[in-house]
Design a binder for this molecule. Structure first.
Ligand code: WT7
Length: 650
């Protein structure tokens, strides 16, 4: 049922264990394993205790109202997440502590104290109000990794407008789809951003997206690269620095209902259309706060760096909301890990004396390939905790990370979660858990996970099945924006009143979870989530293409790579020029993260008698494996021909 690749078998043979290093354990916030039992006995009380550490204008009347699949958390409570991330810290000496440490790719940098952040956020919030943005409106944010990005998010949250951040690597088409889906009123962008030494033309993409985004009334432009000064459209575009000029430096935070919309974040699903994942205020805040505090063991003097882009949920929860709700110092880097050289991450760790580093397996595997000399050039001795997220981490990469970056003294927390879950659901608690490389270890206290078979029966230790979550948790998604039917169908229809993750997993005899990858048509390319259906829609949008099927092919660095099988229209030849045109077409429709590594031209696609494309066999072909069961194929010759042509290329 759940397909295993060879590497997963290797992963399950991993038997080294790593108890918390004694020095780490002694100082850890959470050392008492009884937290698990306490949370199991009374999950609502467990979560409410975290909520009580935060600021509420009015306390909730009820912790949880669960009418599956609809959960309401901290019902009747009034709060504001921006207030909790900023204002709450101004009451103590923390006001003068660094909240945000930002480094640009060219080497420029800025530090904002909590007090600085407060001023910037308030001024921009007032700016948004002056553009007519009101509570309940949506604002699309399409920015590079510049300080204005978290400032804009916090400003939206402050006035009760929902943000929808669109990753800066997405194309104009992808931006337009997302802006239209949520009917955003304002778009915030920049003239450009720096990536690997060149400028990413964000303003150009934003402009291209705007023919066809009638809901957008105003465009706010951050001046970052200075190359689009002549592209401002009178009456529509306004510079960020002009908008904030003269704005009052205070702005009262909107009293938000716990269940008021906080943000929408689009993610890829099984169909071609991305889903607008809906997160609300109170529960999301508590989930991000609690998990950041316990899993990253945050202390007053930590310098915490998550290398994700804020365009993804990791950046929302673990660059912005989680760390700031905790009053931590959060580091943000604009650019690429190999600019100007392959030691850039280690130079940043050394420069800011980072104590916690959170990154993705794909990055770790890349550093491994680049070799130990790059990290060795820098003083990494301030690091005390490492994290991994986004895809399964192979034990080899885990151990390399532990040894070469952590110097053998830092626990490595492998954190499993999803855009939908809002915060980490499966992870070690670094002061308690004995680590097993390749395993995300155990559900966070209060999280009720299970592995089920097709019929909904628990599979038992060592057997693969579907990972589900049986009880609601505070930061869970509340809906798919504008598509409640898809919400029910996607997550709540497989098993009654149980959240379906679409991930395969196993639990070993010791109760450790091993994630086995997606069981739907979503693949993870360099930890980014891509829908094979979305790439297929982009390909068939090209007039030369008759039919397309995409799969994820195992890839040493990226985890998976997109491979497309394409049938061209009558009379079109599969030349290298056509191949390049199609790859570029996907980049234009979605963005470069979705560019297929390979395109295989084929006269026909292998289909069942009922016409379903057999992607499993396409994977066998692409990965050069013997073909699996072909008995259900309408015409076995199709896949044999494909195998002959492409199968032995490896
Ligand atoms: C999918 C969610 C969660 C933030 C970043 C990705 C995979 C995520 C792990 C992990 C194995 C993982 C799953 C999941 N995934 N973390 N530690 N081990 N797999 O969020 O883009 O919504 O992707 O990423 O397949 O379903 P996302």
């Amino acid at each position: 049922m759940v397909e295993n690749s060879g590497s997963i078998e290797a992963l399950l043979q991993e038997d080294r264990t790593f108890p918390p290093p004694e020095k780490f354990r002694q100082q850890a916030n959470i050392r008492d394993p009884r937290v698990y039992a306490r949370a199991r006995r009374d999950p609502e009380a467990f979560w409410a205790k975290f909520a009580e550490e935060l600021h509420w204008f009015k306390k909730w009347d009820q912790v949880l109202d669960w009418k599956p699949p609809y959960a309401k958390w901290f019902v009747g409570g009034k709060t504001n997440i921006c207030y909790n991330c900023v204002d709450r810290h101004l009451e103590s000496a923390r006001r003068n502590k660094a909240a945000l440490v930002w480094e640009g790719e060219p080497g420029d940098w800025k530090v904002y104290t909590y007090r600085d952040l407060y001023r910037e956020v308030c001024q921009f919030a007032n700016g948004l109000k002056s553009l007519g943005v009101r509570k309940g409106d949506r604002v699309t944010i399409y920015l590079p990794m510049v300080p204005e990005l978290p400032i804009a998010m916090l400003a939206c949250a402050r006035i009760g407008a929902a943000h929808s951040v669109v990753f800066g690597g997405f194309s104009a088409d992808a931006l337009r789809d997302r802006t239209n889906d949520c009917q955003a009123k304002v778009l915030i962008t920049a003239d450009g951003g720096y990536r690997r030494g060149s400028v990413v033309p964000l303003k150009q993409n934003a402009d291209d997206s705007l023919n066809g985004s009638p809901s957008i009334q105003k465009v706010v432009v951050v001046r970052r690269t200075g190359h689009a000064d002549d592209k401002m459209v009178a009456g529509r575009d306004i510079w960020w620095h002009d908008l904030v000029k003269g704005q009052p430096m205070t702005c009262p935070p909107e009293q938000m209902d716990s269940e008021d919309l906080l943000y929408i974040l689009y993610t890829s699903g099984t169909t071609g259309k991305p889903k607008g994942i809906v997160h609300t205020t109170g529960g999301y805040m508590v989930g991000a706060y609690a998990t950041a505090k316990w899993i990253f063991d945050l202390k007053e003097d930590d310098i915490y760096w998550c290398t994700a882009d804020i365009g993804w949920v990791t950046g929302h929860s673990y660059i912005v909301y989680g760390p700031l709700a905790n009053g931590a110092t959060t580091v943000m880097y604009e650019g690429s890990p190999d600019y100007p050289d392959r030691d850039r991450f280690w130079a940043i760790v050394e420069k800011y004396a980072a104590t916690i580093l959170y990154t993705a397996p794909t990055a770790i595997r890349t550093f491994m390939r680049w070799g130990e000399d790059y990290p060795r050039k820098h003083d990494l001795s301030t690091l005390r905790l490492l994290g991994s997220v986004g895809e399964p981490i192979n034990p080899e990469a885990w151990v390399w990370y532990w040894k070469n970056i952590g110097g053998g003294r830092c626990p490595v927390v492998d954190t499993w979660w999803q855009t939908e879950t809002g915060s980490i659901l499966i992870s070690a608690l670094p002061g308690i858990t004995t680590l097993k490389p390749g395993s995300a270890t155990q559900p966070f206290p209060g999280i009720d996970a299970e592995i089920l078979d097709e019929r909904g029966q628990p599979v038992g230790p060592g057997k693969g099945g579907y990972l589900v979550i049986k009880k609601p948790w505070p930061s869970m998604l509340r809906n798919i924006y504008g598509d409640p039917q898809r919400f029910v169908q996607q997550y709540w229809s497989r098993y009654p009143d149980t959240y379906f993750t679409a991930d395969g997993a196993k639990v070993d005899e010791g109760g450790y979870y091993w994630l086995l990858g997606r069981v739907d048509d979503v693949i993870k390319v360099s930890a980014h989530r891509i829908s094979t259906m979305e790439v297929e829609s982009a390909l068939v949008d090209n007039s030369k293409v008759a039919e397309a099927a995409c799969i994820g092919k195992a890839h040493e660095m990226k985890g998976e790579a997109v491979v497309a099988f394409v049938t061209l229209k009558e009379g079109v030849a599969g030349t290298p020029a056509v191949m390049n045109e199609l790859k570029q077409h996907v980049v234009n429709k979605i963005g470069s993260i979705a560019r297929p590594d390979d395109i295989y031209f084929t006269a026909e696609l292998p289909k069942t008698r009922s016409g379903k494309i057999m992607r499993r066999l396409l994977r066998d072909v692409a990965e050069g494996r013997a073909l699996g069961d072909t008995t259900t194929l309408a015409d076995p010759a199709v896949v044999e021909a494909l195998k002959k042509r492409y199968g032995d290329e490896e």
